[in-house]
Write a protein that binds this ligand. Structure first.
Ligand code: HDE
Length: 710
């Protein structure tokens, strides 16, 4: 049932059975009746009133009136794609999960990426956590790994989730702001919840403004269990490692992308899959034993904690490739229903109290969203493993169950469907011992809220640290309540004094002496002895936490803006466009208007984009080739100066053909200030370095807040 050696994909075949092709067909009603006039309603005379009898009009409008379904309560904005997963080597030592046994087996998957706070139509580029939800259509049923691009979470117990979401969503009285955490209710909440400190460090880092979905990591967040055939259990943390490495944008850039192209991530995913640049991730596992878990300074059941990779290395065990766009957004990306409780034998939950609460929420929410308990019958949600049970009826039932016996046990149906007969063939829960007393409360092993927040901050490169300072300063600067700003500075003071000081300076405040009384008041409700003496961490620094220290240098799929006008020199142009294309990047010609430009050599070059439709923020790098005529036109174009200033400010590489550097004199860039990443062709300097510089992604060291306008 997995993808066979001839490439037959059972999930695709199952879904193809539902495809509707309107090619060369008559228009009909939903009852199959041919329609010959789809423009005019039935009236009493051409100028008379419309007749109620017009069932064709009524059916059309009735259907239209009900086209919308409620959006997801969180993660409403998203994009999905189909693909495959393959394990590199059998993982039988750890798990009996069938799809993790055989490297020859390709399992179909559907992945949906999302932002969390915004509505369905909100911008992709919000500062936010990204959802990374993977549905595996395995031969043993559906397995959903419903993760995020950040390995920890804001809260420790599911009980706080509705409060967190209420606080981050637009405010209750005026529904402002959309897809943004920079507002009073959110910071009020997190300033009273010190357990969110670690997550807030990640959320204020560049991880929360990924350049695209293809270049972000994914995490299962909670600790799960792997169970092998011998019923031995190991704990596991799931990771997705993008093969293109991690890339993010600058915050100033993110804000502008939201205006120029709010569908930036959606478009990127779609276009790259269409172009055959299939996004790839490796599945990483941190596998550890109960004894190891017991020895850590933190609790592995606490979802605000990571396991540093220095402690338990990530083993890369398989590959996920996204290779097919959906046929229909609504039918697939909107109707797909994930659930962390969709598991297969060999994978199990831990007692993480956040995970335990999720196990209720995800099926429940589908009732509001998809309207029926039969959501599993929708083509995108259907298992490729056969489904047989006595669950019946309900809204929109599709399957037609034969026979009278809809109960168990029965003899009238021959006892069918019967229990899986062989021991271990059906799903068995791991027999974890539980001897505890029922209690509503929180473990004191969850009370160390700052050690890992500090670890995260200390593990960043200098530019990454400065982005975190800016993000806290921006968000806290946007809120109205000075008391909340002060309260949050109290939290930052526990994470890193230097960080707190820099943010306080930007807000015109002093760093308070410890946590605010209100923060302590709420924290004491969970831990009477709060604040506790923190445990000594196993590591003081973890390079795996920094995007900068984990860069993959590549120009693959990068887009380079090439500014040209009439008179551009083709020779100069090709010096860079050819090596860029050879390396898998896309140079895009942008001119004063769409249509064409005439080169110095007299050829017509097609121009699909103009300064009017494009912006530097949609590109990874800039190249301005030589050509006197072209340079003259570009030097009189304010949009070009803006373009160059922005490319500089956002730390992107730029190259100028001989003579083209004249344009710099119209910008805020001081030529000799810093030539790192600015390549200018001269008699003895070539542009050979450009491809390598683009591969480096950004030259963050060039960052110069407020010195160059953008
Ligand atoms: Fe979710 N979450 N969540 N969540 N979540 C939903 O399910 C919920 C949490 C995540 O692309 C909802 O079908 C609770 C952590 C993703 O369709 C809902 C709690 C993580 C997606 C829900 C959490 C996630 C969702 C909304 C705390 C990372 C999008 C619509 C107890 C590990 C899936 C839906 C998609 C969606 C509940 C916390 C990831 C309401 C109660 C932690 C990627 O059921």
């Amino acid at each position: 049932m997995a993808i066979d050696k001839n490439g037959r994909n059972p999930k695709k075949e199952q879904m193809d059975a539902h495809l509707v092709n309107n090619n060369m067909t008559n228009m009909t009603t939903n009852q199959g009746l041919n329609i010959h006039d789809n423009n005019n309603s039935l009236k009493a005379g051409k100028r008379g009133p419309t007749l109620l009898e017009d069932f064709i009009l009524r059916e059309k409008i009735f259907h239209f009136d009900h086209e919308r379904i409620p959006e997801r309560i969180v993660h409403a904005r998203g994009s999905g794609a189909h693909g495959v997963f393959q394990v590199y080597e059998s993982l039988e030592k750890y798990t009996k999960a069938d799809f993790l046994q055989n490297p020859a087996k390709e399992t179909p998957v559907f992945v949906r990426f999302s932002t969390v706070a915004g509505s369905k139509g909100s911008t992709d580029m919000a500062r936010d956590v990204r959802g990374f939800a993977v549905k595996f259509y395995t031969d043993e049923g559906i397995y959903d790994l419903v993760g995020n691009n950040i390995p920890v979470f804001f809260i420790q117990d599911a009980m706080n989730f509705p409060d967190l979401v209420h606080a981050v969503k637009p405010e209750a009285d005026n529904e402002i702001p959309q897809a943004a955490s920079a507002h009073d209710t959110f910071w009020d909440f997190v300033s009273l919840m010190p357990e969110s400190a670690h997550m807030m460090m990640w959320a204020m880092s560049d991880r929360a403004i990924p350049k695209n979905y293809r270049t972000m990591e994914g995490f299962g967040v909670h600790t799960f269990r792997l169970i092998n055939k011998q019923n031995e259990s190991h704990f596991v943390k799931f990771h997705w490692k993008p093969l293109l490495g991690m890339q993010s944008v600058a915050w100033n850039e993110a804000q502008k992308i939201s205006g120029f192209d709010p569908d930036f991530h959606r478009r990127d995913l779609w276009e790259n899959i269409e172009a055959g640049n299939y996004p790839e991730w490796e599945l990483g596992l941190q596998i550890f034993t109960q004894e190891q878990a017991d020895s850590f300074s933190f609790d592995v059941l606490d979802p605000t904690k990571i396991i540093p990779e220095e402690l338990i290395p990530v083993q890369r065990v398989g590959k996920l490739t996204l290779n097919r766009n959906p046929d229909n957004f609504f039918a697939e990306t909107e109707q797909v229903a994930f659930h962390p409780g969709h598991i297969v034998p060999g994978i199990e939950f831990s007692s993480d109290p956040l995970l335990q609460g999720r196990l209720f929420s995800y099926t429940d929410t589908q009732l509001s969203r998809l309207g029926s308990t039969n959501f599993h019958e929708l083509p995108i949600n259907r298992s490729v493993a056969p489904v047989h049970n006595n669950q019946r009826d309900g809204h929109m039932r599709h399957d037609i169950a034969k026979g009278k016996a809809n109960y168990f046990p029965n003899s009238m149906g021959g006892g069918c469907p019967f229990h899986a007969m062989i021991q271990g063939q059906g799903f068995d829960s791991f027999p974890e011992e539980t001897t505890e007393t029922k209690v509503r409360g929180r473990s004191d092993s969850f009370a160390d809220h700052f050690t890992q927040a500090t670890l995260f901050y200390n593990s960043q490169s200098e530019p990454e640290k400065s982005h975190i300072v800016s993000a806290f300063s921006f968000e806290l600067g946007k809120i109205n309540l000075v008391e909340v700003r002060k309260r949050y500075l109290g939290i930052l003071s526990q994470v890193n004094k230097d960080l707190a000081k820099q943010v306080a300076d930007n807000l015109g405040l002093e760093v308070p002496n410890g946590l605010a009384e209100e923060t302590l008041f709420y924290a004491k409700q969970n831990h009477a002895d709060y604040p506790i003496t923190p445990n000594k961490p196993e590591v003081e620094k973890s390079e795996a936490l920094s995007m900068e220290f984990n860069k993959v240098e590549s120009i693959k799929t990068k887009k380079v803006a090439v500014l040209v006008a009439d008179g551009v020199c083709e020779e100069s142009l090709e010096k860079l466009t050819i090596p860029l294309e050879e390396g898998g990047a896309t140079p895009v010609l942008i001119g004063p208007k769409v249509g064409s430009v005439k080169s110095k050599q007299g050829n017509i070059l097609a121009i699909e984009h103009s300064f009017l439709t494009e912006s530097s923020v949609l590109y990874d790098a800039l190249f301005i080739p030589s050509g006197d005529g072209s340079i003259k036109v570009l030097s009189a174009e304010p949009d070009v100066f803006q373009f160059v200033n922005e490319v500089y400010r956002h730390c992107k590489p730029m190259a100028f053909g001989a003579g083209a550097e004249e344009i710099l004199s119209h910008t805020y860039i001081k030529k000799n200030d810093d030539d790192w990443g600015i390549l200018v062709e001269t008699a003895d300097q070539h542009l050979d370095e450009f491809v390598k510089t683009v591969a480096k992604h950004r030259i963050w060291a060039r960052e110069c807040f407020r010195k160059v306008p953008a």
